[in-house]
Design a protein around this ligand. Structure first.
Ligand code: SF4
Ligand code: SF4
Ligand code: SF4
Ligand code: FES
Length: 902
């Protein structure tokens, strides 16, 4: 298989892909290129045009359309240049009468069956067939073949409409679904005149729209577009997806200030032109009828519409009064993992300087608290170490605690690419059967929940016992290896199997694979980060990466996958009680002096309250006022009962949001913010790439960007901030933080983003570890306690379809998402269900120490006994009430439960 051309720039430096060069002649021009190129690629590289229709740079050559034919000296028949590799000294002609006739005939044959409905076709104006027919000046089709009328049949997803009569059977959709999504949903069915595209496995369709995006004509169209407009009428604004943290680049297509649809540019972003269902079809919430257009103020029991300036002025006055009466620390600010860096920066500046407290946090702390506690003492940083495109170079990847196709499909696509083109061997660790465990994994381990620390240390032991550890790396870059070796001795394969349920052979196979890997990646999600012993498990993963020398290496690395679009940015911007922006401790005299000078106000030199403590103290009546900006903790925080109690005890709550969320309904003042499509700024993705967010639409009604609202409140409290645009705020961020230092807004525009923690490369630790060496630290590693819980015997894990858990306010208002992922359910192992008389489809009651929920059950063997999985779709469901938050690190993915038939 030829390497995918789009990724050739990523060839490893070690020369493992180094192809020999060859010389050939195309249209009289002498060309030198590498032997793994096709004639088409060699021509394109050298500015020689060859027409194509079925060729797509992201896909393996298909060779179906015959438009790219060329003549090769000494070869009798013209050859398709997209499928013919270059060869030494061949002489190629790309233009001749003979070739012109073949190309014209191919086009005419396509037109025999193609309706001339360009005036009503969505692709009109941007259709490759239309362009080719125009280019070849074909004004009539003289062939008298019978026209085949193909019946319209439903496609694999209701989000895409299939127009079979427009299909030119190029095969791109079939190839894209197979090679990029790994799903094989589509195929070209039947032969000859009866050939057509058919969804043979519609149940496997992820609704990602990859097929739609590669279709060169209007045979697949977006079935969700609320507004119709011609391609040339649409305004395209390149921006960053505001759902998950991958940070895909996409274009908002708008007409008359309304979103038409979402498209992509292959050249932009880590997504390389792909999107998941949320990115492609999950943005119509922007025009939801439920958007807030006006501010609201509480009059007795009701929230009454009011003028936005009045609302801001009232908020400023009231905050001032509460500060005066109770002091600064009676106030707390909750920022957001889906607002921009600029908004979060200005928010923390306001809370720290104008109010005068460090009581500020966001949901990012649920992720970064365990990451930091686990990895900073070992590595010096608790972040994703490598860019996501490094996964294309990995030869083994361990994926733990995330259903990547559901949570971050773009990352799963990269693994599929690497498996297809680079022989990557995946090791999937999940107690559930997920798409990557079926037919894709080389090894699939199914540990019991909360036993990850045990199997990871068992893997380390096995790697060391086989002599597969990277001795040079350990010697040069680490301290404490002997104590690690001693520590892991206890984790024999037998003991690992006894505690975790993982088959000894699987553990050994995984150890052999990962130990031998040239570049091994470790990808882990909230299944690890949000579990009970997350710190011990993550620290053990750090050790695993170290003993195998997989840090500071292309294709190696630790990849914690973050949930929301700006989780990383929120943490970087100092939305936490311990650090100013750029991780400068709030207790550091130098930092206090610098920020005091810059902000012109006194700054507190004491740590503030974490998110959990903010809600705990508020529930005790010790926090009197709060601003919640762009967050809906009543749904997104793991303990909704605590949040309810906390809010009830507040004297004053301001909520800034684009919807009247469950939290906003309890506020005293609600100020309408804008969505990502209506504002400028930056997000920082999970791979630490700072990317631009650009406004494609005007703010709705009286709504304003959250940064403007905060700046106005500050001004009304007597402290103008003097920012006119998000760029001004970014300039200040770049001035006060080293990780965003030396980056300009203009650079972000020109270069499509910049890496924070720049160093020389986007890869951490390529130049060594902070402090010289990494540490193996085993003293604090806790092992799971064997405790039988008779009342709540089931380990209930929680996850969303596409990360809806801990989100909700936008995705649940995206009509397309609700259409394809409508159901919440709890997955129960058939043996467990049998014991309780529960059948597939029955309603069940899930109880935990903290609350209960009723849901339909799905019963099968896709999950191991003793474990259940609550799968949340894009609907309202108060999962938070099942959890308890009473410490800084909150296990929000797993809880002990009982499940009974309702
Ligand atoms: S939407 Fe995605 S998964 Fe479904 S058929 Fe198209 S490419 Fe395949
Ligand atoms: S639906 Fe589009 S991409 Fe698929 S074969 Fe037909 S024309 Fe090609
Ligand atoms: S993978 Fe994440 S960033 Fe990319 S389109 Fe999907 S939700 Fe958006
Ligand atoms: S582009 Fe080569 S055969 Fe279609």
């Amino acid at each position: 298989m030829l390497p995918n051309r789009a990724f050739c720039y990523l060839k490893p430096k070690d020369g493992s892909w180094m192809a020999m060069t060859v010389e050939l002649t195309i249209d009289g021009k002498k060309i030198t290129t590498s032997e793994d190129k096709t004639i088409l690629e060699a021509a394109r590289e050298n500015g020689i045009y060859i027409p194509t229709l079925c060729y797509h740079s992201k896909l393996s050559p298909i060779g179906s359309c015959r438009l790219c034919v060329v003549e090769i000296e000494g070869v009798e028949h013209p050859m398709a240049s997209c499928t013919t590799p270059v060869a030494p000294n061949i002489v190629v002609t790309t233009k001749s009468e003979k070739l012109d006739k073949i190309r014209r005939d191919a086009l005419k044959l396509m037109l025999v069956n193609h309706p001339l409905d360009c005036p009503i076709c969505d692709a009109g104006g941007e259709c490759d067939l239309q362009n080719m027919v125009f280019q070849f000046g074909i004004d009539q089709v003289e062939y008298k073949a019978n026209k085949v009328e193909r019946e319209e049949i439903p496609f694999s997803t209701p989000l895409i409409r299939h127009w079979p009569n427009r299909c030119i059977l190029c095969g791109r959709c079939v190839w894209a679904c197979r090679e990029i999504t790994g799903n094989n949903v589509l195929e070209i069915a039947e032969k000859g005149y009866d050939s057509h595209i058919e969804a043979i496995y519609p149940e496997k369709c992820l609704s990602c729209g990859e097929c739609l995006s590669v279709c060169p004509v209007g045979a697949l169209t977006d079935n969700l577009s609320p507004i119709k407009a011609r391609k040339w009428q649409a305004k395209r604004t390149l921006t960053t997806c505001n759902h998950c943290s991958v940070g895909c680049q996409l274009e908002i297509n708008t007409f008359e200030d309304k979103l038409i649809n979402i498209t992509t540019k292959e050249s932009e972003g880590t997504n390389n032109g792909s999107l998941c269902v949320k990115g492609r079809f999950g943005h119509d919430y922007i025009h939801s009828e439920e958007r807030l257009k006006q501010a609201l103020i509480r009059k007795r029991e009701d929230l009454i519409p009011t003028d936005i300036d009045e609302a801001i002025s009232f908020a400023a006055k009231k905050i001032g009064e509460i500060k005066e009466k109770y002091g600064s620390d009676a106030f707390a600010g909750v920022g957001s993992v889906h607002l921009s860096n600029e908004e979060n920066y200005i928010f923390q500046r306001f809370v720290r300087s104008v109010i005068g407290t460090n009581n500020i946090d966001s949901l990012a702390s649920l992720i970064f608290e365990p990451l930091s506690e686990a990895l900073i003492p070992v590595l010096g940083m608790g972040l994703m170490t490598n860019p996501l495109n490094d996964l294309l170079l990995s030869d083994v990847a361990i994926v733990i605690g995330t259903d990547l196709d559901g949570d971050h499909q773009i990352v799963a696509n990269k693994l599929r690419w690497a498996a297809y083109h680079n022989d990557l061997k995946p090791v999937i660790v999940d107690p559930r059967e997920i798409s990557l465990s079926k037919g894709f994994a080389n090894v699939w381990m199914r540990p019991k929940p909360s036993t990850d620390t045990v199997w990871i240390n068992g893997l380390i032991r096995e790697i060391i016992s086989r002599g597969l550890e990277d001795k040079d790396f350990i010697k040069k870059h680490t301290k404490g290896f002997e104590s690690l070796k001693k520590f892991v001795e206890q984790f024999t394969p037998e003991k690992v199997e006894e505690i975790t349920g993982i088959d000894q052979k699987d553990l050994k196979d995984a150890a052999q694979l990962f130990g031998e890997a040239k570049a091994g990646a470790i990808i882990f999600g909230s299944g690890i980060i949000g579990q009970n012993d997350s710190v011990s498990a993550i620290r053990s993963l750090g050790h695993l990466a170290l003993i195998t020398g997989n840090l500071g290496k292309r294709g190696g690395g630790l990849y914690p996958i973050l949930p929301r679009c700006n989780t990383q940015g929120a943490w970087d911007m100092g939305l936490n009680p311990l650090y100013f922006p750029g991780y400068q401790p709030v207790t550091d005299d130098g930092a206090i002096k610098r920020f005091k000078k810059l902000w012109g106000l006194p700054i507190k030199n004491e740590k503030g309250l974490s998110l959990v403590d903010i809600f705990l103290k508020a529930s005790e009546g010790k926090i009197k006022a709060m601003i919640i900006m762009g967050e809906n903790p009543l749904v997104t925080f793991p303990d909704s009962s605590l949040v309810k109690k906390a809010i009830k005890n507040l004297e004053f709550l301001v909520v800034i949001d684009s919807f009247l969320t469950e939290t906003a309904e309890l506020a005293d003042i609600v100020i309408p913010g804008v969505t990502f499509a209506e504002k400028d700024g930056t997000f920082t993705s999970c791979e630490r790439r700072i990317q631009r967010v650009r406004a494609g639409l005007k703010p709705l009604g009286e709504s304003m960007a959250d940064w403007e609202i905060i700046a106005k409140i500050s001004e009304m409290m007597g402290h103008p901030m003097n920012f006119s645009t998000p760029k001004d705020i970014f300039d200040e961020i770049a001035k006060v933080t080293s990780c965003y230092g030396n980056i300009t807004y203009e650079q972000l525009d020109e270069k499509g983003g910049a890496w924070c923690y720049l160093g020389k490369t986007p890869r951490l630790f390529e130049d060594g570890f902070p402090g010289g060496k990494a540490n193996f630290l085993t003293d604090d590693i806790k092992l799971p306690q064997k405790k039988e819980n008779k009342e709540f015997p089931i380990s209930l894990t929680v996850g969303g379809n596409f990360y809806n858990y801990l989100i909700g306010s936008k995705t649940k208002r995206a009509k397309g998402l609700a259409l394809v992922y409508p159901d919440n359910f709890v997955l129960i192992n058939d043996e467990d269900a049998d014991k309780k008389g529960i059948k597939d489809g029955d309603m069940v009651v899930i109880k935990t120490e903290n609350g209960e929920l009723s849901l339909p059950a799905r019963v099968n063997s896709n999950i191991i006994p003793g474990v259940a999985h609550l799968k949340i779709s894009f609907n309202d469901i108060d999962v938070g009430k099942l959890f308890k938050a009473d410490k800084a690190i909150v296990p929000y993915k797993i809880v002990n439960a009982s499940i009974e038939k309702a």
